[in-house]
Design a protein around this ligand. Structure first.
Ligand SMILES: C[S@@+](CC[C@H](N)C(=O)[O-])C[C@H]1O[C@@H](n2cnc3c(N)ncnc32)[C@H](O)[C@@H]1O
Length: 480
């Protein structure tokens, strides 16, 4: 599974906001990389960088190596226990890494492996490197973990499908036994809805996992300090700040004082946060905690917003933005209309002439802290509008038969049969009429409309293919 927030392009852009220099060439290590769903496509997209991953389990390592072969990717994947990894890296003569990623590992391994994971990060981070360690966090996961305890009890042993089926059935039963107007019943129903939304793999790997120990943010930061690291921030910038809470709540939180970690810990208490993507760096790095517009220089930006009326925008999460400043309206409009194409911040800053550079940077920074735009070190390489002869992302094209493909922004996109056929022909040579011909030549049938004659089917495709292409552009599958 791709992990958008652990994309080095995003990590180093975030680091730059806090004063860290951005590495030109990346050296990336992934701990517990599983079947390589993040590491391998990343390395295929950035072949001039160095990528190394390891996992304890043999089968996923083989799958990751197979994926690397399919994609012609440079990533090297090893079978290793995190407890032995430091020594193994030294034996291989490895240099320190600019980014170390451990997603979905820390909370799920025994104490010795957790300590080894932090030790590895502390030893192998480059002087300005960033470690990404995702964890299930307290207090949110404390409550969810209680439900997990009940579900593990009823799920028993056996094949994962049997365990998840029993667990799902039991949550349904519990909901029917506890009245909805009871606070416990209301909570159970919310958790049941989440289980339905996240699906069985999540239920099995998270709620039914034999080891799943959540941590307090302050506890993890203290443990990291014992390994020579400090808290840099959260990989999702907008979650570090209370800006999305009502003003009076923000003021009361601020009045409780404390530094960055204490304030974020209090925020976790308020939001009952259950998952965190913690970023760490070496403790001798002097961080610039006050966000300044100049730090935006040289970064690239991708819109995460849509138009919502004249001078009004809405983030993909539903937060509103209004601007009555014509230049900022133009900047935000460009980002909304071209999403998910990236653009250099400096190009947008120059839209209004030299006198407006600071204003544009400051507002883009503000938009980033609200989740309205995403910052990247490198261009995303995507186009948000459909050209006359579209060109698909080469990685999506190689993986098209899988029916689900990772995008350059880390999303996972499911494709139906028609979209798969279209994608196979997006080579920069086919316009819409040629795509219609190609789809018909492949013997495409409209399931459920078998009565449709060839002319009617052609007419339907002439409308449907442009619609699907627009969807592909929006989800990040087109590069030209
Ligand atoms: C929940 S999976 C996450 C996989 C991947 N990072 C992802 O996000 O899809 C946890 C991974 O950690 C690996 N793991 C568990 N203990 C480990 C250890 N001691 N050393 C290295 N990897 C380990 C597991 O084999 C598994 O692939």
């Amino acid at each position: 599974m791709p992990i958008p927030e652990a994309d080095p392009s995003r990590l180093f852009a975030l680091g730059a906001l806090f004063g860290l220099p951005k590495p030109d060439r990346w050296r990336v290590l992934e701990i517990g990389c599983g079947a390589g769903g993040h590491l391998v496509p990343m390395s295929a997209r950035h072949p001039d960088d160095q990528w190394l991953g390891f996992d304890l389990a043999g089968v996923p390592v083989q799958q990751a190596q197979g994926l690397a072969e399919r994609l012609g990717a440079t990533a090297e994947v090893l079978q290793l226990d995190v407890c032995d990894a430091s020594e193994a890296l030294a034996d291989r003569g490895e240099a320190p890494f600019d980014a170390i990623v451990a997603h979905g590992v820390y909370s799920w391994v025994p104490d010795a492996a957790r300590t080894a994971l932090l030790d590895l990060c502390g030893r192998w981070l480059a002087p300005h490197g960033i470690a990404y360690v995702s964890v299930n966090s307290l207090p949110g996961w404390g409550m969810r973990g209680t439900l997990g305890g009940m579900l593990r009890y009823v799920a028993g042993d056996g094949a994962p499908e049997r365990q998840t089926a029993r667990a799902r059935a039991f949550v349904g039963l519990l909901c029917s036994l506890v009245p909805e107007n009871d606070p416990y019943g209301a909570w159970l129903r919310r958790e049941e809805a989440l289980i339905r939304k996240q699906g069985d793999p999540w239920l099995f790997h998270d709620l039914l996992a034999p080891i799943n120990r959540p941590v307090w943010l302050h506890e993890l930061v203290d443990d990291a300090a014992g390994h020579g690291m400090q808290y840099l921030g959260d990989a999702v910038l907008e979650t570090m700040l209370p800006d999305r809470l009502p003003q009076d709540v923000q003021a009361r939180l601020a009045s409780l004082g404390g530094g960055q970690v204490q304030q974020e810990q209090l925020l976790d208490f308020v939001l009952a946060r259950s998952f965190r993507r913690v970023l760490l760096c070496r403790d001798d790095v002097v961080l610039q905690r006050e966000l300044v517009p100049e730090a935006m220089e040289g970064l690239h930006v991708v819109g995460r917003l849509v138009r919502d009326g004249p001078q009004r925008y809405r983030s993909l999460e539903g937060d509103e933005l209004r601007t009555d400043h014509p230049l900022l309206d133009e900047v935000m409009g460009w980002l909304a209309d071209h999403r998910p194409a990236s653009v250099p911040v400096d190009d947008l800053a120059r839209m209004g002439g030299p006198g407006e550079v600071e204003r544009v940077r400051r507002n883009l920074l503000l938009a980033a802290t609200r989740g309205l735009v995403e910052l990247r070190q490198r261009p995303a390489g995507l186009v948000g509008t459909v050209s006359a002869r579209p060109l698909a992302d080469p990685i999506a094209q190689i993986l098209v038969d899988d029916g689900e493909v990772p995008t350059a922004l880390g999303a996972k996109v499911r494709l139906d049969g028609l979209e798969q056929t279209i994608l196979r022909h997006l080579d920069g040579e086919h316009d819409v009429p040629a795509l219609v011909d190609a789809v018909l030549t492949q013997g495409f049938q409209l399931i459920g409309h078998h009565g449709m004659g060839p002319q009617a089917l052609r007419g339907w495709l002439e409308v449907e293919i442009p619609r699907r292409l627009a969807g592909m552009a929006r989800t990040g599958l087109l590069v030209g």
